[in-house]
Write a protein that binds this ligand. Structure first.
Ligand SMILES: Cc1cc2nc3c(=O)[nH]c(=O)nc-3n(C[C@H](O)[C@H](O)[C@H](O)COP(=O)(O)OP(=O)(O)OC[C@H]3O[C@@H](n4cnc5c(N)ncnc54)[C@H](O)[C@@H]3O)c2cc1C
Ligand code: SF4
Length: 510
């Protein structure tokens, strides 16, 4: 583009702002706004990202740049071994001050801070969120504990979504209790969409395989959308899942990893689909209220965790955040993440199946993330920061603003009661009820499975941290009734499980 007529402004488009119409470059005369894209090897090497995640990001960015050029934008596409700051500093010497929509990721904001201070980079508001900061501050506040309910009700009232004459449709705001059916094989879920792989996808695939050969996972861009057209196909596919989304939202199955989830976080977090267009389309489907409400609530969760992230600077303004160790760790959990999270078999079929899907796809739906991956990590006293880094690396939809509140604030109890009233932990009966993992496990859910022993051992180890927590009163009463003999057995099972997993071995039952 250099040498041709210069546009009036240049925008640096962050890798997760890939929408043609949601941001300030959506002007009538597209040639007046130039767009800058940067592929930074430094960023790619910051963590051991799943190959599929690297490929997803790069291919989407390359496709978006071509789409933008076709719309009339002048485009600069930089590939550099350096960081974003250095590249932008160099480019600003050629084109003057560069504009940018404020990045969602804290890491990016911090990297670019010196440029913003020097007014080399000019931040503009991010119009891609659905909710106002004032709605959050007025209902939740800026200090913990943070609770979602009042914020959610305020959003419903402000937006009028699923409301009739100022009242929630169906007479209540949440149909959470109608989102918990186990799935027994019927209705049959759709087959996952398969996308055409073009020459750009192929080039990205080869680049990732060559440049990041030792990173986890593989890439297969036929599994994820990379063009705007393909993202619209993904949205259509998600709409067809909606009628069954609500009832089976909490179910897990080896036979269908997706069940009726939308898989749209991948598209939404990149902004290939804007939250607004997703809501408009999904709410217009002919689906039962528990599906519509369940989906809308999840999208507002996304807004809520973003507000929590921003008002606390990623929890870092809170007392419970230990800056010296960068490790919020309310329960003092210090075990290293075992290789089982990278695919070594643990012998727990629920954990192994879910990890296999993460290694294959860089994705599982919400409940395996919460009630298998985070649950096991909690029960095994895995260090929460290590677990967060693993989620950040392994999941194709993970970015700091969303992964940190979800793992540190919800999946583990690392932030104490900042976001949750109690830890999400469970034993064998929950997993057996909500999934079919137990039917092909070498452990028997009622005879030899040790997950419940790990659950009791967890409660015993951490009971003093839960004293006075009303939501934990019942589990603690049940713990008090457990015999000393059983408690010794629980503790021994915990110790031998840790030892086996640390050695990369399967857990065996004596
Ligand atoms: C431990 C843990 C880690 C997680 N890490 C991430 C992450 O890195 N990135 C991410 O986008 N989500 C994360 N989530 C939230 C949620 O699990 C995923 O958004 C969801 O599973 C993505 O699949 P889907 O698009 O099919 O979602 P659906 O079940 O179809 O839900 C619809 C949409 O709601 C939004 N949503 C739902 N729950 C949440 C939530 N808790 N936080 C934010 N958005 C939500 C997503 O945009 C999602 O696409 C995490 C949850 C847990 C418990
Ligand atoms: S039997 Fe236990 S370890 Fe096996 S899948 Fe069920 S809950 Fe998991």
């Amino acid at each position: 583009m250099r040498g041709e007529v210069q546009p009036q402004r240049w925008f640096f488009v962050c890798y997760d702002q890939l929408h043609h119409d949601a941001f300030p470059w959506a002007v009538v005369d597209r040639s007046s706004v130039g767009l800058i894209f940067i592929e930074s090897l430094q960023k790619g090497r910051r963590r051991k990202y799943h190959k599929q995640k690297l490929a997803l990001l790069l291919s989407n960015m390359r496709h978006f740049a071509i789409e933008a050029e076709a719309l009339g934008h002048p485009v600069m596409y930089e590939k550099s071994s350096k960081g974003y700051r250095e590249v932008l500093e160099r480019l600003s010497k050629e084109v003057g001050a560069i504009s940018m929509v404020v990045p969602a990721e804290r890491e990016m904001r911090h990297e670019l801070e010196p440029l913003v201070e020097a007014e080399t980079l000019l931040f503009e508001p991010h119009a891609g969120w659905l909710t106002e900061r004032s709605w959050f501050v007025e209902t939740v506040g800026t200090t913990p504990p943070f609770r979602m309910d009042r914020f959610y009700q305020r959003v419903r009232k402000e937006t009028g979504v699923l409301m009739l004459e100022g009242k929630p449709l169906g007479g209540k705001y949440s149909f959470d209790s109608e989102n918990r059916m186990a799935w027994k094989g019927d209705p049959v879920p759709q087959v996952d969409p398969v996308f055409d792989v073009d020459s750009i996808d192929q080039e990205v695939n080869d680049f990732v395989m060559k440049t990041f050969p030792t990173n986890p996972g593989e890439c297969d861009l036929s599994k994820v959308p990379t063009t705007r057209q393909q993202h619209l196909v993904a949205l259509q596919w998600a709409k067809e899942n909606m009628p069954h989304f609500g009832p089976y939202e909490d179910a897990m199955s080896e036979k269908s990893r997706t069940l009726f989830h939308s898989k749209l976080a991948t598209s939404i977090n990149l902004h290939r689909l804007s939250p607004r267009e997703v809501i408009t389309e999904m709410m217009a489907t002919d689906s039962p209220l528990n599906s519509l409400e369940g989906f809308y609530r999840q999208m507002i969760w996304r807004e809520y965790v973003h507000h929590v992230h921003e008002v606390t600077d990623g929890f870092r303004t809170l007392e419970s955040y230990n800056h010296q160790t960068d490790q919020p760790n309310h329960l003092n959990q210090h075990n290293p993440l075992p290789d089982a999270y990278w695919g070594a078999k643990s012998g727990f079929n629920c954990l192994d199946s879910v990890v296999e899907s993460v290694m294959d796809d860089g994705w599982t739906h919400h409940i395996p993330r919460l009630m298998i991956l985070s649950n096991f990590a909690s029960l095994l006293d895995i260090n929460p920061r290590e677990l967060t880094t693993w989620f950040h690396e392994a999941f194709i939809d993970a970015y700091d603003w969303v992964v940190e509140p979800n793992v540190l604030g919800m999946g583990t109890f690392a932030m104490g009661d900042v976001m949750m009233t109690k830890p999400y932990v469970s034993g064998t009966p929950y997993i057996n009820k909500m999934s079919d993992f137990c039917s092909s496990c070498s452990l028997h859910p009622k005879k030899t499975c040790t997950v419940s022993n790990l659950y009791w051992a967890y409660l015993e180890r951490h009971k003093s941290s839960f004293t006075g927590n009303m939501r934990m009163a019942m589990p603690l009463r049940s713990l008090a009734k457990r015999s000393e003999e059983k408690k010794v057995e629980d503790s021994m099972i915990y110790a031998s499980t840790i030892e086996a997993l640390r050695a990369g071995q399967k857990v065996t039952i004596q």
